[in-house]
Design a protein around this ligand. Sequence first.
Ligand code: 5GP
Ligand code: MG
Ligand code: MG
Length: 184
Amino acid sequence: MTDKPYVIDQMISAKEIAARVEGLAREITAHFKDTEKLIVIGLLRGSFVFIADLARELDLPVEIDFIEASSYGNATESSREVRILKDLRGEIEGKDVLVVEDIVDTGFTLHHVLHLLRARNPRRLEVCALLDKPARREVDVTARFIGFQIPDEFVVGYGIDFAQRNRNLSYIGKVRFIEPPAEG
Ligand code: 5GP
Ligand code: MG
Ligand code: MG
């Protein structure tokens, strides 16, 4: 599957992303304006570019932490089993927390992570997702802050991978498989 040739058709430009990230940061800053400190938690690995840009636009005292959950493996199909591969370094009890996710698809990953974090009794727990695919939802979860709603397409770029590739694209594009050139 991975070695099938493909091209990437741009869906959201770097400029559009930057403008939306600024807007999201304003919404989040307003929402948490009275906070002592906001713990911004990135879901590895897909959110690493997004969290870097978003965090720098937040006009709040911020602490950054990461959690890694497995969902996709190397395929494009979501698995229902969610495992925590790397937990937070810090405590979140009584703290204001923002979970930063790349894509909410079926919702299984976010549902699992929120369940885990809620059990640690944060003061406030909100989610910011860069992309939302509402058509794919199988579990009832929503992010309060959403960058873009997108149709049911497999996307890459801006931190998001296809079998670990294409994370370094500055834009978001959809994967389109092409026929390999005929031999001879
Ligand atoms: P969910 O548990 O909501 O089905 O899946 C969430 C995770 O699956 C996302 O955080 C993301 O890592 C991955 N995912 C969902 N849709 C896509 C997609 O279109 N492209 C890529 N590369 N990953 C996706
Ligand atoms: Mg993710
Ligand atoms: Mg992935």
